[in-house]
Design a protein around this ligand. Structure first.
Ligand code: ATP
Ligand code: MG
Length: 334
């Protein structure tokens, strides 16, 4: 089967505002990604690395400046209004802040009914009640009567996120894009939401992109993990090996310097300098300004994702067979 969603060479350059400015923010460059039915891919990286931009491009909340997007093997990069609507139904997004994403003046019934009508046509009476009950049961908000006439402020953060997930499910999606879906929730209920998403993966075969700062939750939840740095993918592979045996110096820094997942970006930055400017990113490997092993090669040429065994790949010249490659060591001791 073709992947539910495949992107090749995804790029987003934002224009920099200002008089006659021709500069751009290189937010996302050359990202390849496949999401398969019934599996979870985690997208990990520090703040500003381009994770949300990737999700927003995949949800088509804004146009890409380069690359192609395929849904079920069909190129949907262009496409008119109809193609766009179809696509948006198939690919649903869940946001970080369930309060901000649910309109406070509407009840759960209204929110879900609206989504059902947009995506499944005019449901009424018994059929509508059944669909509402099914949606709420899917996200473990039962009995239905207890939740369906509530307003968002009458629900806990976790319950609100479940309603947001139910609203996405009303579209009968193939793909869920979950942008830090648990980071604003109380620690005690985070696992419940991840387990719910995992259940949707297993029982409904939904493909999930899980965006997070928290590499430990990526290991717990995702089948594959993809690490981004300054708009580019630096490492990808099965979650267990990427998190337990990272190959790219940046991933090693991320894993090694983040005992407290919530504090990952500040620690990683504090330990080894700032992330580069995305308006004029350094040539070559974007991590070269922070990498203790960087050589002239790293400062001049962009490394491709190189096979490092076990179906894993790292975008680091250290894994090439070039004679001028950098010699890697332990990033935390360097
Ligand atoms: P975080 O972990 O903080 O959510 P992120 O990895 O999701 O970060 P993005 O929000 O994708 O990062 O941002 C990537 C880069 O693109 C940042 O430098 C950001 O400032 C820039 N950016 C994002 N949206 C825009 C925009 N609309 N216009 C200009 N620049 C933008
Ligand atoms: Mg983000």
């Amino acid at each position: 089967d073709p992947p539910a969603l495949r992107v090749v060479g995804l790029q987003k350059h934002f224009p920099v505002r200002g008089l006659r400015s021709k500069k751009v923010v290189h937010a996302v460059d050359d990202v390849d990604l496949e999401l398969h039915a019934g599996s979870v891919v985690a997208l990990v990286g520090e703040s500003g690395s381009g994770k949300s931009t990737v999700a927003r491009l995949l949800a088509r909340l804004m146009p890409a400046t380069g690359g192609t997007i395929e849904l079920d093997g069909r190129d949907v990069t262009g496409g008119g209004r109809r193609a766009f609507r179809r696509y948006v139904g198939r690919v649903q997004m869940i946001f970080q802040d369930p309060f901000g994403s649910l309109n406070p003046v509407h009840t759960v019934r209204y929110i879900l009914t609206r989504s059902l009508r947009i995506h499944r046509g005019r449901l009424r009476g018994e059929a509508l009640e059944e669909a509402l009950a099914e949606l709420l049961e899917r996200v473990h908000l039962a009995p239905v009567e207890r939740y369906v006439d509530k307003y968002p402020h009458e629900l806990s953060g976790g319950q609100r996120q479940r309603v947001a997930i139910a609203r996405a499910l009303a579209a009968d999606p193939e793909v869920l894009l979950a942008d830090e879906p648990i980071s604003m929730l109380d620690v005690s209920i985070r696992l419940g939401i991840l387990n719910l998403l995992r259940d949707l993966r297993d029982r409904m075969g939904i493909a999930i992109l899980y965006i997070t700062h928290d590499i430990a939750s990526a290991r717990y939840f995702a089948d594959r993990t993809m690490v981004m740095y300054a708009g580019r993918v630096v490492e990808v592979g099965d979650s267990e090996s990427v998190t337990q045996d990272p190959r790219h110096p940046y991933t090693q820094l991320l894993v090694g310097s983040a005992p407290d997942p919530d504090d990952m970006s500040t620690r990683a930055r504090g330990a080894h300098g700032e992330a580069p400017s995305l308006v004029s990113p350094p040539p070559g490997c974007r991590f070269n300004t922070r990498c203790p092993f960087a050589t002239d090669l790293c400062r001049e040429e962009v490394p491709e994702l190189l096979d490092v065994g076990d179906g894993r790949a790292a975008a680091c010249w250290g894994y090439s067979d070039r004679s001028d490659r950098p010699r890697l060591g332990s990033v935390l001791e360097a």
